[in-house]
Design a protein around this ligand. Structure first.
Ligand code: FE2
Length: 238
């Protein structure tokens, strides 16, 4: 495996994504991630932003071990196999996503690329000693869009628990308003022209070892104890 790292841009904007869709030679803005553009190098698994046991007891080291070490890594390995020798081999992750979204014959490439992006964004959406109050500017925006932080959290819980099957709950910026949306399987807000601020993984592999079928307990614990409002605020202002 080549050691040059390719990572995602957490603050990728709608404009950036649409530009990527148009094939523009765009260097994506990077907020806290090293370079996101590659040239003839394999994608690598981005490092976890914390130790694998540091989110316990909300998310156990065992869950992180499988989720990050097997599932996230698996998407990276699969994508490298799928794009080797193709026109996608030298593209950044965002450009691969933009180039394959909605194309039935490219579904496998899209799914693996999007899942790499989603998972790296998810790990950043969590932090040790998270939860609590969002930073002031984000809190003000949340209150303007949802009335209160609690109402926003309630919408995230509803989105997470009503997503049928595998998928994701997201806080996004859509035009000038914050919204909560849910996406199925590997889909992500970038394909809908929205800017993601944070996400919660509701695939069963994210919680089943710790919570079995109690998805709501997992989501509530994440919202109260791990959610990284600082990351969301950085994405909002980027
Ligand atoms: Fe996952």
């Amino acid at each position: 495996m080549n050691t040059q790292e390719t990572t995602i841009s957490p603050a990728l904007s709608r404009r950036d994504f649409l530009s990527a869709s148009a094939g523009a030679a765009l260097l994506f803005a990077v907020g806290g991630f090293p370079g996101s553009v590659r040239a003839t190098t394999a994608l690598t698994l981005p490092p976890l932003p914390y130790a694998d046991n540091s989110l316990a007891p909300v998310i156990s080291a065992k869950t992180i071990g499988f989720h990050y070490g097997k599932h996230h890594k698996g998407y990276v390995d699969n994508l490298n196999k799928l794009v080797t020798g193709t026109e996608f081999a030298d593209l950044s992750l965002e450009k691969i996503i933009a180039a394959t979204a909605g194309q039935t014959e490219k579904t496998a490439i899209f799914n693996n690329a999007a899942q790499i992006w989603n998972h790296t964004f998810y790990w950043r959406s969590l932090k040790v000693n998270g939860g609590g109050e969002p930073p002031a500017a984000l809190k003000q925006k949340i209150e303007a869009s949802f009335d209160s932080v609690d109402a926003c959290k309630k919408e995230l819980l509803t989105a997470a628990t009503t997503q049928f099957g595998s998928g994701w709950a997201w806080l996004v910026l859509d035009s000038d308003k914050l919204k909560v949306i849910k996406t199925g399987n590997a889909d992500l807000p970038l394909t809908q022209g929205m800017k993601p601020l944070l996400t919660i993984d509701v695939w069963e592999h994210a919680y089943y070892l710790d919570y079995q079928n109690r998805r709501a307990d997992y989501v509530n614990a994440v919202l109260d104890k791990l959610i990284n409002w600082v990351f969301a605020a950085e994405n909002l202002s980027a």
